[in-house]
Write a protein that binds this ligand. Sequence first.
Ligand SMILES: [Ca+2]
Length: 239
Amino acid sequence: MTTGRLFIAFPARGMTCLILGILLAAPWKGHPEEAQQETPSLEARLQRLEKIVQTMEENQKRLDKIAEQMFLGNANKPTQAGPLPSPGTTQGNPAIVRRRKMPLPAAKDVSREFGGHRYRFVATPKNWSEAEAFAKQEGGHLAVITGKEEQAFMESLLREAAGGTIPPTWMGLLKKNDSDWEWVNGEPTSFLFWREGEPNNARGTQDRAHLGFLGDGRWNDNQGDSPMYFVIEFSDIQK
Ligand SMILES: [Ca+2]
């Protein structure tokens, strides 16, 4: 299966809802004699539909897992590239993206202010540790998202940087232990915005979080060594 086909497969969730809607609205069809003798109750029909929904959700989770493993497989292919462009360049480099075999759309650096903080999208792919080290060197840290307004702002920043799509982008969330996550600046993790089925710790090695898996603004856990774009958050808006 190609990545392209997978991208087509994902809108299947909407199709699922449509099919279920039709099933709910449609009259029960069986033999006429059966219909006269025993029309299934609404409860029975609902139970049947619940079973169908459950099966489809399980299938969706399987598809998500396959997609993520394909994504990791691509991300971990060795690079043949020369040096990456220096940090802070104003334009992304699609040629670099191709050599790295990463499903990263071309992007540009974008800097915006929100809630008294400055956020800089850096269009130079780095692994999580390199990204956080670079953010500290610049006087900030990887972005910390503590509410839905900030999440919406981040999504708009990423779309602006990548021409309307949400690219894979590191933020400052990392695993604290087997079940808990923590922000790089120690803020509470009361707001979490995982994709359905995430964090799934695929391959048992996913201990960092990012936005933009398959274009989704919600979060995914991933291996920290995957090169991605990242967002630096500065408390100083002059940065
Ligand atoms: Ca994951």
